[in-house]
Design a protein around this ligand. Structure first.
Ligand code: P1T
Length: 386
């Protein structure tokens, strides 16, 4: 792996963890559909005992994702939520977490409605202001968890500044890198201790499999999360590991196109008379545009826009043809989401009001169709709003 790391990103996405099969020379990693492995004698095996612990297809995927994020180990789980749940198991009753106030609604729901029952406590702050993170850290704080850009308001946090604050206090930093993928943002190089993904999104890229991953930087984390995979069992299946390996091979070309289409759609929507406001870090008026330029190697294809009211948002959504109204993001097809009733329903009206998630807010995951076709579909739906 040290050898392979000398290669560029697109090369690593195709080759790391994916050497031709030793038995047959197959250039794709086989899907090892086995729950168990024959042992030669008591206490002697080929390094595989039971598939909850290890599976060669999942091993290949973990090596690939570890290389792309520049970590020291990776651990794949059945969904993004399963990965975050596994991350929480590194804490004990009484421990405290500081979290970005605007995270995926399901993350806040799991923290507040599940983990809080086991004695963990959470403080939500606007992590785009690094000093608020410093102010929220307590003696019992173990982890700072951030999303950047945030879902769905596209706020940006300075990863290096927050990492420095965390490390000065002996706290670990985890970064949810779902919205940009390692092609556009490398949190570990900026000081993060753990990178987390919903691999369901850009890493898979084809909207055909759930998954999650934790990429680590320390041997004790690797030991911990391998143990958690074995003990709690929320691991990624061999078939979905294969789908993800297949998706990752085209990550570089897909992200280039996502980024180009995202910029074009944001420019089209910005200033459109039916749109009140566009939230996209690539726009000069985005409050953290300069930071995004510095910290990311592109702006990506996630954006949100305020259409004013629920009725206007619904008329827009109903009028689309090519673009689909659906949960999720990061696939090749353009998806539209209404955060207030979908991804962020769980945080309640008050929580949404605090974050600026209005009933008229629409999130767009810009796909890689011909951008003229995406713009034409969005344009004809907006035209109906008058
Ligand atoms: O859906 P799952 O694979 O379990 O991942 C959860 C998750 C974690 N982090 C971020 C930033 C996410 O966006 C998600 C899932 N998000 C959606 C389903 C959505 O439409 O925003």
């Amino acid at each position: 792996m040290a050898e392979a790391k000398k290669h560029g990103f697109a090369t690593r996405a195709i080759h790391d963890g994916q050497a031709p099969d030793e038995l047959t020379g197959a250039v794709n990693v086989p899907i090892y559909l086995t729950s168990t492995y024959q042992q030669e004698e008591i206490g002697r095996n080929k390094g595989y005992e039971y598939a909850r612990l290890t599976n060669p297809t999942r091993d290949a995927l973990e090596e690939s994702l570890c290389s792309l994020e520049g970590g020291t180990s990776a651990h794949a789980f059945a969904s993004g939520m399963a990965a975050i749940t596994a991350m929480c198991t590194m804490m004990k009753m009484g421990d405290h977490v500081v979290c970005s106030d605007n995270v995926y609604g399901g993350t806040a729901r799991m923290f507040d409605k599940v983990m809080a029952n086991y004695g963990l406590t959470f403080t939500y702050v606007d992590t785009s202001e690094a000093e608020k993170v410093a102010a929220a850290i307590r003696p019992e704080t173990k982890l700072v968890h951030i999303e950047t850009p945030t879902n769905p308001m596209m706020g940006i946090t300075d990863i290096r500044a927050v990492a420095d604050i965390c490390h000065a206090h002996g706290v670990e930093l985890s970064v949810d890198n779902t919205f940009l993928s390692p092609y556009l943002q490398q949190p570990i190089a900026l000081g993060a201790d753990i990178v987390m993904h919903s691999t369901t999104k850009f890493l898979n890229g084809h909207s055909d499999g759930l998954g999650g991953v934790l990429v680590c930087t320390k041997p004790e984390q690797a030991e911990r999360f391998r143990f958690v995979q074995k003990c709690t069992g929320g691991i990624l299946s061999p078939f979905e590991s294969y789908l993800l390996l297949r998706g990752v091979k085209t990550l570089a070309v897909r992200m280039k196109q996502h980024d180009a289409n995202g910029r074009a759609v944001a420019n089209f929507l910005n200033g459109h008379r039916a749109v009140k406001r566009v939230f996209y870090p690539g726009l000069a008026e985005h409050p953290q545009h300069e930071l995004a330029k510095r910290q990311q190697s592109g702006f990506g294809s996630m954006l949100s826009m305020d259409l004013g009211t629920l009725e206007r948002a619904n008329l827009f959504a109903k009028s689309l043809g090519l673009c689909y109204l659906a949960e999720s993001l990061g696939g090749v097809e353009t998806l539209i989401c209404h955060p207030a009733s979908m991804t962020h329903a769980a945080i309640g009206a008050e929580g949404r009001a605090r974050l600026g998630i209005t009933d008229g807010l629409i999130r767009v995951s810009v796909g890689i169709e011909d951008v003229e076709d995406i713009v034409a579909d969005l344009g004809q739906a907006l035209a109906r709003l008058g």
